[in-house]
Write a protein that binds this ligand. Structure first.
Ligand code: DUC
Ligand code: ZN
Ligand code: ZN
Length: 480
């Protein structure tokens, strides 16, 4: 007879393709049986009236990322950030090993590994490439082989933006060395030009952040980077898509067979630019980039999710406090929008927000919920088949949900180190109550159950989604 360390009993197991009533048998950190009336486990978790879903994979979150050259600092450490993720039903994160112009890559990656050893859930890294000099490009092959299979490019921000030539250099290296590429796509010069004019006119309140970077600067950069990726036949994911126009660019690329993937985030589904116009300096809480848009854009994003154009919804968790000297108010309570740290916290709220606003409100079904939060990101970033679903042989990364539990969101109940949530006062139905990583209960009975350091690094091998198509737009194969 089979023996189990843990049996999750009597629940409804949900994957990206199925919903079925069965027990889950776990041994040595893996799922070893799915079936009815499994024998008693050493530990039993009663999942009666619960949903048993794959733990979330958050493939875009900023945790303890160093931000030199100013007072602003990540409030979260790996301990607080991943604890908060686990309370929200997320079991793996992919965050960003930093890089800065004029510096080598490797020391920053090594330092980031040291920091991440305090994680309580599993983690992997994208490598930021802020300065693709020949020396930096030479550092990449061993770092990629060590399992850092995705590179992050910025098309804007003075400190990290690449010009088109540099984007091509990184795409080419990624293709040669078998890495995937993720992109922050906005037109840098258009934003700088608009910002200078707004400042000259005295328009510096938080709401002008959205005016400085309208949807068309995103649409243009998305279009451009898709063309650059097509030129080199390199698969990419466009990060944080916010607007109907960018969705259409990606939809068109996908319809032409290109391996262009799209991601959006809860803040773009749940907030509009109106949040930037809240009284006093409150609008600063909603400053993120790209900027918040309109309700019509929100509808286009939900439609893009339903159509599969936007296959991943990640948090873009950016843990800057509102108050205090190292967060949104670092330059004072009436600082111009250009001085306000960009980003909103959301690791813990990503899944409950999407469940409540998506599944409970009928915008997406349970299968789509699991796909966009766990299975698709696991496949897109090479964590599947170890992570991202519930099947025999996979890691037992599981969140047990009470689909009827209703709670009013308030910052004080969250476990991140940030002092606010942009969704304060929002009522959400459906919450994870127990989170397991590799078969161990990381969060249960309202408490964290493991010590910092339980989380493990997830090195990634080459995987299907990152493979180029072998199709070039000209007769010339630049890689032959
Ligand atoms: N924009 C980014 O590019 N990164 C972090 C958060 C944000 O708003
Ligand atoms: Zn970004
Ligand atoms: Zn980001």
């Amino acid at each position: 007879m089979q023996s189990f360390d843990t049996v999750i009993r009597g629940g409804t197991v949900v994957t990206a393709t199925d919903t079925s009533r069965c027990d889950v048998g776990i041994r040595d950190g893996r799922i070893v049986a799915l079936g009815l009336d499994l024998p008693q486990g050493a530990r039993e978790i009663d999942a009666t009236n619960r949903l048993v879903m794959p733990g979330g994979v958050d493939s875009h979150c900023h945790i303890e990322q160093p931000k030199p050259g100013g007072p602003v600092k990540s409030a979260d450490t790996f301990e607080s950030g991943t604890t908060s993720a686990a309370f929200g039903g997320t079991t793996s994160v992919i965050c960003f090993a930093p890089h800065f112009k004029g510096t080598a890559l490797t020391p920053g990656v090594e330092d980031y590994h040291r920091r991440a050893r305090q994680a309580v859930i599993d983690y992997s890294f994208h490598l930021v490439i802020a300065d693709p000099t020949p020396d930096v490009l030479r550092e990449l092959p061993p770092l990629i082989k060590a399992g850092h299979r995705s590179l992050k490019l910025f098309m804007t921000y003075d400190a990290s933006r690449l010009n088109d030539r540099e984007v091509l250099d990184v795409l080419a290296l990624a293709r040669t060395e078998s890495a995937f590429v993720v992109v922050h796509a906005e037109n840098h010069d258009a934003i700088r030009w608009m910002t200078a004019r707004l400042e000259a006119a005295g328009h510096t309140a938080p709401r002008f952040h959205a005016v400085s970077k309208p949807a068309l600067v995103e649409r243009e950069a998305v279009h451009r980077v898709i063309a650059l990726a097509e030129l080199l036949d390199q698969p990419i994911q466009i990060f944080h898509v916010t607007c109907a126009e960018a969705v259409e660019e990606i939809r068109r690329a996908q319809a032409r067979g290109l391996k262009i993937f799209g991601e959006t985030c809860p803040q773009y589904l749940g907030l509009t630019a109106d949040a930037l116009d809240r009284p006093g300096f409150e609008g600063a809480k909603a400053i993120c980039s790209p900027a918040l848009r309109t309700t019509a854009d929100q509808e286009a994003l939900w439609q893009g999710i339903r159509d599969g154009v936007l296959g991943v919804v990640s948090s873009d968790h950016a843990p800057y406090r509102y108050a205090g000297p190292d967060g949104k108010q670092a330059y004072g309570m009436d600082a111009p929008f250009t001085k306000v740290a960009n980003g909103v916290p959301g690791l813990e709220t990503r899944l409950p927000f999407l469940f409540s606003e998506g599944v409970v409100k009928g915008r997406i079904d349970l299968q789509q919920f699991v796909a966009i939060t766990a299975t698709n990101p696991a496949k897109l970033f090479g964590l599947y088949p170890r992570k991202g679903s519930i099947a025999v042989g996979m890691d037992a990364d599981i969140a047990v949900w009470d689909p009827t539990l209703t709670r009013t969101l308030t910052a004080a109940d969250l476990h991140h180190a940030v002092d606010y949530t942009p969704y304060e006062g929002m009522e959400l139905t459906g919450w994870p109550v127990t989170t397991l990583v590799r078969g161990t209960v990381v969060v249960g009975e309202g408490k964290r159950q493991v010590e910092p350091g339980y989380g493990a690094f997830l090195p990634r091998e080459p995987y299907p989604a990152m493979q180029p198509r072998g199709v070039f737009p000209t007769e010339f194969n630049p890689f032959a």
